[in-house]
Design a protein around this ligand. Structure first.
Ligand SMILES: [Zn+2]
Length: 284
């Protein structure tokens, strides 16, 4: 069984602030603090990937690829990685957080995932960026766990496990079903606060969860049906003006854009394009 680990960072044990997950050169928080704090948590992020890989290999995984899926996607400390893994680093990949899933992958594991935008008490909860308020598939609200499941599903891979805060795990299971094994490494207190287990205990929990996930039933791919309507709510009406410049995108609300897709790859391409265009500076 070939596995892709999509490694995000906000859901890592010990993380509760942006200063923990933003590199000093890109941080919107305190740069000096980021130099120390980001350095600490990229190591924990890497160890959580290693823990998931150990469990998966124990249960019979034959090959594991890890795709760095956070921010500029060069967070994992490569020299600290389990030597059996191969590592995809860097940004502007066509499949984004799911890069590598097209390489014959059977199942996907999410590590360090966070709750979707607008989640009360979800530490660092967001979807994709700071200005998306919601993403819906045929009216059903979702987060990055759903966006990425739709891309994986196109390539025949199902999501079998998620690690992160309690609501990230719950939302992923609510959206994709009980086939997803959860490892809760912290419990959200507020948008910027969490109660954490000890990071070493988090690693043990992740390892055993991955072992169970890989030895259990295979994840059922989440496949978008032809004609699925995608809606995106933004923070500002001008973003929808910009998104509408993309052929096929219409406004269905003051701050809501809509488009339809026929499969997960078309969704991935359109979503990335619309996010780029919507993210261009507003002339306000
Ligand atoms: Zn994320």
């Amino acid at each position: 069984m070939k596995i892709l680990i999509s490694a995000d960072m906000e859901g890592t044990c010990g993380v509760s602030s942006w200063v923990h997950v933003q590199a000093p050169e890109v941080t919107s928080a305190n740069q000096a603090a980021s130099t120390v704090e980001y350095g600490r948590f990229r190591k924990q992020m890497t160890e959580e990937v290693n823990a998931a890989a150990r469990g998966a290999f124990k249960a019979g995984a034959t090959e594991i690829i890890v795709n760095d899926s956070h921010d500029f996607q060069r967070n994992i400390v490569i020299e600290q990685l389990d030597q059996r893994l191969t590592y995809i680093s860097g940004a502007d990949k066509r499949l984004g957080m799911m890069q590598g899933v097209d390489l014959g992958v059977d199942a996907v594991i999410y590590t360090g995932y966070h709750a979707q935008a607008g989640t009360v008490g979800g530490p660092l909860a967001h979807t994709w960026n700071t200005w998306v308020h919601d993403v819906r598939f045929n009216g059903v609200s979702t987060g990055e766990f759903g966006v990425n499941a739709a891309i994986a599903g196109h390539f025949g891979a199902g999501v079998i496990m998620v690690t992160g805060d309690d609501q990230a795990v719950q939302q992923t299971q609510d959206f994709l079903g009980d086939q997803v094994t959860g490892a809760v490494v912290k419990w959200g207190v507020s948008s910027s606060s969490a109660r954490h287990m000890h990071p070493e205990k988090a690693l043990a929990l992740i390892e055993s969860a991955a072992e169970r996930a890989v030895s259990g039933a295979h994840g059922v791919p989440y496949v978008l049906q032809p004609g699925t309507e995608i809606q995106i709510d933004a923070d500002h009406q001008a973003r929808i003006d910009q998104m509408r410049l993309v052929p096929g995108v219409t406004r269905v609300g003051n701050r809501t854009a809509s488009f339809t897709v026929n499969d997960g790859l078309e969704f991935s391409d359109m979503f990335r394009l619309v996010m780029k265009v919507g993210g261009l500076a507003l002339n306000t």
